[in-house]
Design a protein around this ligand. Structure first.
Ligand code: NAP
Length: 458
């Protein structure tokens, strides 16, 4: 795939980038390796100062960076501004909390292990490679980079080929904030070059956010090389509505959960599983609100849904909808691409789904919702758990015992009760099953790329 910025709202190629050749890749890995030797011996206070300066830069850049995100992947510009500010927040969060998250522990009774003192310290691993997707071009990278650099690691970024401007913006960002040169470096390479970087002896670990096939490929290489890997992969999250729910609030949140980021979020509610007693009422509200959305120019503040990020992404979504309709699904709204330039797709709701339809098991990465009618909570969980994914989930119920039952029985990395899934710096984020393994954010995220070293003293 060419490394290029192509405006998804028009289909026009804006800028093409020459991939880094092997000499340039070598130079950048060497720089990151060298910087890792320096960074690990700097203090938390020093790194926190550089982090806060980096957050200041992002906040000052907010309009320029937001326009760049929208140009490259098409989300409405207000959401791009939100993404930039969330990055700054996450950077400050790790600047302020890394030292306590990585504080060593002392055994209260060292005589139990025949020592005068015993405990643990957390230490950085060194150079970590991040393979990242285009859907949140800055946020996905920052949520890896902020904890990694605060822990004293350095980062190499292989970004998605359709967001090179964002990739090069990130290449400079931490250095502009004061970090030593080489602390964070972008590699402009294709996916075929990733394995060689993981295999490089100076690279100690890898994190990938992206699709299941990319995850399998990166995890195989990391496994062969016995290197730590974190995988944040796809999802087909259930959004369950039970009879006690506030249907007005649930339907408003359901629309937001499905169409945020033009429907291209791993943690979007994608399958809406509705109890039969409230099915007609909920679906009526939901479909009306989906129909009211404004699809159009993502630079226009009034737009709710911009184009999908790539032509192939739109084809994938259209194919899933067409397959379901051909096999008898009912289209409650939408179902086609508007006749205009750019890769737009109408907000769509499908009902009457059966197990032979691809959309039942596969991830829909666009503004397309599937609705399911279920008789009771057991059937809701059976439908929710039937895909191979297990990223997050949402349940709307005002009965506490029922909430607890869903928390106990959903196969997912998170359950959001009476809300939609959102990532917060303060909360661990990650999945089970084919949605991957390992965690980002919170204390768990910063510890993934550290060595928990045991220290025993006679
Ligand atoms: P993708 O095609 O898997 O690409 C993600 C990254 O992996 C890109 O940098 C891509 O490079 C690279 N890549 C692709 N195939 C590879 C391979 N065989 N070996 C090494 N690297 C490879 O995913 P996407 O279409 O950009 O993003 C959408 C997917 O990401 C969805 O499934 C979504 O659910 C998931 N996602 C998950 C999370 C999470 O936190 N769990 C968050 C966001 C998105 P190229 O661009 O050069 O191909």
């Amino acid at each position: 795939m060419a490394i290029a910025t192509i405006n998804p709202a028009t289909g026009d190629t804006v800028e093409t980038f020459e991939p880094h050749d092997s000499a340039e890749v070598e130079r950048r890995i060497a720089e990151a390796y060298q910087a890792a030797q320096t960074l690990r011996s700097t203090s938390y206070a020093q790194r926190a100062e550089w982090m806060h300066a980096t957050a200041d830069l992002l906040e000052a850049d907010v309009d320029r960076a937001a326009a760049m995100i929208t140009l490259e992947m098409g989300k409405p510009v207000a959401q791009s501004r939100g993404e930039v500010l969330k990055c700054a927040k996450n950077i400050r969060f790790y600047a302020d909390n890394a030292e306590s998250f990585l504080a060593g522990e002392e055994l209260a009774d060292p005589s139990a292990v025949a020592a005068s003192s015993a405990g643990t310290v957390w230490q950085p691993l060194g150079v970590v490679l991040a393979v990242m997707p285009w859907n949140y071009p800055l946020w996905q990278v920052i949520r890896f980079a902020a904890p990694a650099l605060m822990a004293g690691n350095t980062g190499l970024l292989k970004h998605a080929s359709n967001v090179p401007q964002s990739a090069m913006y990130l290449d400079e960002l931490f250095e502009r904030g004061g970090f030593p040169s080489g602390s964070f470096r972008t590699l402009l390479i294709g996916s075929a070059e990733v394995a060689a970087v993981i295999e490089d002896r100076r690279v100690k670990a890898v994190t990938l956010t992206g699709s299941e096939p990319a995850g399998r490929s990166v995890a195989s290489t990391a496994g062969r090389e016995i290197k730590k890997a974190v995988l944040e992969l796809g999802g087909s999250d259930p959004f369950i509505v039970m009879p006690s729910a506030d249907l007005e609030a649930a339907s408003t949140t359901a629309v937001k959960a499905r169409i945020s980021n033009n429907g291209q979020s791993c943690i979007a509610g994608k399958r809406f599983i509705i109890h039969t007693d409230v099915y007609d009422q909920f679906v009526g509200l939901f479909v009306d609100k989906m129909k009211a959305l404004v699809v159009g120019d993502p630079m226009d503040e009034a737009t709710d849904i911009g184009p999908l990020a790539t032509a192939s992404g739109r084809t994938d979504v259209a194919d899933l909808v067409d397959d379901a309709v051909a096999k008898g699904a009912e289209l409650l709204t939408g179902g086609s691409a508007p006749d205009q330039p750019g890769w737009f797709y109408e907000p769509t709701v499908l009902a009457g789904l059966s197990d032979d339809m691809r959309i039942v098991m596969e991830e829909t990465f666009g503004p397309v919702a599937s609705v399911y009618k279920v008789a009771d909570r057991e059937e809701a969980v059976r439908v929710a758990n039937q895909t191979t994914f297990g990223l997050s989930s949402a349940v709307w119920s005002n009965e506490e015992a029922e909430q607890d039952w869903f928390v106990a029985n959903l196969d997912a990395g998170a359950v959001f009760l009476n809300g939609m899934t959102v990532s917060y710096p303060e909360l661990p984020f990650g999945g089970v099953k084919d949605s991957g393994y390992g965690r980002e954010l919170a204390a768990a995220g910063i510890r993934e790329f550290c060595n928990l070293k045991t220290v025993w003293k006679a």
